[in-house]
Ligand binder design. Structure first.
Ligand code: CA
Length: 313
């Protein structure tokens, strides 16, 4: 009987745990189903049970943090037809060359190759269809907090400070702008459901040090990172950040684990790899669910970025 009660307790404990494992991080929202970073994609991800919704943040000309993956607008908006002639010499239209009042006039569409006009993921939402807009970072936080209020759930946010060094060279401080919006909306400590992510370790150090961010930080790593190669590197990382975000290929080659997850967890780091896409699976997996099961049960990741937040539900 006691054994039975203990196992019931265990099941209930896992059902009501504050943070389920692995955390489902909706990559640009439910971007497998709707144009990335639109509020429609965020609402769908929310409804599909995501634990965290991701925001990529870039700045407008007048310093407004907006939710948009690229610093250019070429692949996800109608900027070329709405503002012809406003591109730079390299042929690209940069968000930072447009005021927020201008950016809000753009229509967001399913991601496409600007040269050919062809969809990047041909089986996803039809290109050029719909009335979707860019939103400010603040509008998105209000939207998520509104849903948290109306549903009684607690879904977190996962902002990425995009290209901080590049923004600085353009004369703007993106980290400060992001922190100001976070502070205004009550994200301040590690108890708050927020991870700030960046590929730039120096910027993460700056957020922790000079800028005084007390909440959680995640270091995104590219294909190869010297920091994650050794236990010493991982321990040093753990002094600054709470977790790492490696590509899936750094966690496993096919179904063969690289050992990165165990080594990082031993150093006290969470591991949130990117990106599980049902329509662009790593080799060796038959479906998104198959890959999800492998990552959760065998790789034992703490969280997972996915374009398809319903994959594990
Ligand atoms: Ca991102």
């Amino acid at each position: 009987m006691r054994k039975f009660l203990a196992s019931v307790g265990c099941v209930l404990g896992s059902l009501f745990a504050a943070e389920p494992i692995p955390l489902i991080i909706a990559h640009r929202g439910a971007s497998g189903y709707l144009p990335e970073h639109t509020l429609a994609a965020k609402a769908l991800a929310y409804a599909q049970g995501a634990d965290y919704l991701e925001q990529d943040v870039v700045l407008s000309k007048d310093g407004v943090p907006v939710v948009q993956h690229d610093v250019t607008l070429d692949s996800t908006t109608d900027v070329a037809t709405r503002f012809p002639g406003r591109q730079r010499a390299d042929g690209s239209f940069y968000a930072i060359d447009f005021t927020w009042a201008e950016l809000r006039q753009l229509r967001v569409v399913e991601r496409f190759h600007p040269k050919t006009g062809k969809a990047v993921y041909p089986r996803r939402f039809p290109s050029g269809v719909g009335e979707f807009r860019i939103n400010t970072f603040e509008e998105e936080l209000q939207f998520i907090q509104g849903l948290n209020r109306s549903t009684g759930r607690k879904v977190g946010i996962y902002p990425e400070v995009k290209l901080a060094g590049w923004h600085r060279r353009e004369g703007q401080d993106i980290s400060k702008a992001v922190l100001a919006v976070l502070a205004k909306h009550g994200y301040a400590t590690k108890a708050d459901l927020c991870f700030i992510q960046s590929f730039e370790l120096e910027e993460l150090r700056r957020l922790r040090g000079e800028l005084g961010w007390k909440g959680r930080l995640v270091f995104l790593t590219g294909g190869k990172s010297t920091w994650t190669d050794t236990p010493e590197g991982l321990r040093e990382l753990a002094q600054v950040v709470d977790g790492i975000g490696p590509p899936l290929s750094a966690v496993a080659e096919g179904r063969v684990l690289t050992g990165l997850v165990a080594r990082a967890q031993a150093a006290g780091l969470q591991v949130h790899p990117y990106t599980l896409r049902n329509d662009a699976l790593p080799k060796g997996f038959g479906s998104g669910r198959d890959c999800f099961d492998f990552l959760s049960r065998e790789a034992k990741v703490d969280g997972l970025f996915t374009d398809f937040p319903d994959v594990g539900r």
